[in-house]
Ligand binder design. Structure first.
Ligand code: IPE
Ligand code: IPE
Ligand code: MG
Length: 253
C-alpha cells in the first residue's frame, strides 16, 4: 500500500497551510548561494500544489515571504521577489489548466510596482477557477494582519457601520486577510524549526501542527501524504474529552 492509498479521502483537511522553510540552508549545505535554494524551492511548490489539487484539497496556503523577510540582505530580497513574481507569471497557464484559483494575502503596499502589477494580473486571470484555492502569503505577517483588522474595525465603528457590542469572532474573521477561507486544520513547517514565525496566529488556534526536518527544496508529495496520514491519526478534541467525542460518534452511528 503506497502512502497515498493510506489517506482517508473522506477525512481530508479542507485547508493545509505550509511554512516553506529551509531553502537557504539546503543551498549552503551544497556550497551554493541561498538564492539557489529559493530557485529549487519553486519545484517543491509545483509538486505540492499538484499534490493538493489531485487530492481535492480546497485550500492551500503557502508562506512565501514574511514582513520580517524584508530585513534580509538586499540582493536576497530582490532575487526572491523577482523569482516569486516571475514564477507566478509563468505558472498562470498551468493554474488555469488545473482550475486553480490564486489568492494573495499580505501587505501589498510594500511590494515593488512590477510585482503588484504581475500579481493583480494573475489574480484576475485565475479568478473564475473553481478547484483548489492557492493562497500565497507574500509580505505577510499575522501581527500586520491583526493590526490592520483592528484599524479597519475602528474606522467602521467610527462611521457607524459596526456596533462595538455586536463584535464577535465572526466580525473579526471578516476583517482578516483570510476572510472567506476556512481555518487551516493542518499546518506543516519544513526544515526542523519548531515555531510559527508570525504566520496565521489567529487562524491556527486549533490547527494540528506538523514539523519535519526535511528542507523545503526536498519536500515532495510523498512528504505531504505522510503529514496528512499523521494528521488523520490524531484526536482533535477542541477542548472536550476523548470520551465525549466517542459518545458523539456512537450517537451518530
Ligand atoms: C524559506 O527558506 C524561504 C523564505 C523565508 C523566503 P529560508 O530562506 O528561510 O531558508 P533558511 O531557513 O535560512 O534555511
Ligand atoms: C518563515 O521563515 C517565513 C517564510 C517561510 C516565508 P523564516 O526563515 O523567515 O523564519 P525564522 O526567521 O526562522 O523564524
Ligand atoms: Mg528560514
Amino acid at each position: 500500500m503506497t502512502s497515498k492509498e493510506k489517506i482517508d479521502l473522506q477525512r481530508l483537511p479542507r485547508h493545509i497551510a505550509i511554512i516553506m522553510d529551509g531553502n537557504g540552508r539546503w543551498a549552503q549545505e551544497q556550497g551554493q548561494d541561498r538564492l539557489y535554494g529559493h530557485f529549487h524551492g519553486v519545484e517543491s511548490v509545483r509538486n505540492i500544489v499538484e499534490g493538493c489539487a489531485e487530492l481535492n484539497v480546497e485550500y492551500l496556503t503557502l508562506y512565501a515571504f514574511s514582513t520580517e523577510n524584508w530585513d534580509r540582505p538586499e540582493p536576497e530580497v530582490t532575487g526572491l521577489m523577482e523569482l516569486l513574481v516571475e514564477t507566478i507569471r509563468k505558472e498562470v497557464p498551468i493554474l488555469n489548466r488545473n482550475n486553480i484559483r490564486l489568492h494573495v494575502i499580505g501587505d501589498m503596499s510594500m511590494l515593488p510596482d512590477y510585482a503588484k502589477q504581475a500579481l493583480s494580473e494573475a489574480l484576475e486571470m485565475t479568478a473564475a477557477n473553481t478547484g483548489l484555492n492557492l493562497v500565497m502569503a507574500l509580505s505577510y505577517s499575522s501581527r500586520w494582519e491583526l493590526v490592520n483588522a483592528v484599524k479597519r474595525i475602528a474606522r467602521d465603528v467610527k462611521e457607524g457601520k459596526v456596533d462595538p457590542d455586536a463584535i464577535g469572532q465572526d466580525t473579526l474573521q471578516n476583517y482578516l486577510a483570510t476572510s472567506g477561507f476556512p481555518d487551516p486544520e493542518l499546518m506543516i513547517r519544513t526544515s526542523g524549526e519548531y515555531r510559527i514565525s508570525n504566520f496565521l496566529l489567529y487562524q491556527l488556534a486549533y490547527a494540528e501542527l506538523y514539523f519535519t526536518s526535511t528542507r523545503w527544496p526536498d519536500f515532495r508529495k510523498e512528504h505531504l501524504y505522510e503529514a496528512i496520514i499523521d494528521y488523520q491519526g490524531r484526536e482533535r478534541r477542541f477542548g472536550k474529552t476523548g470520551r465525549q467525542l466517542q459518545e458523539e460518534v456512537d450517537a451518530n452511528a
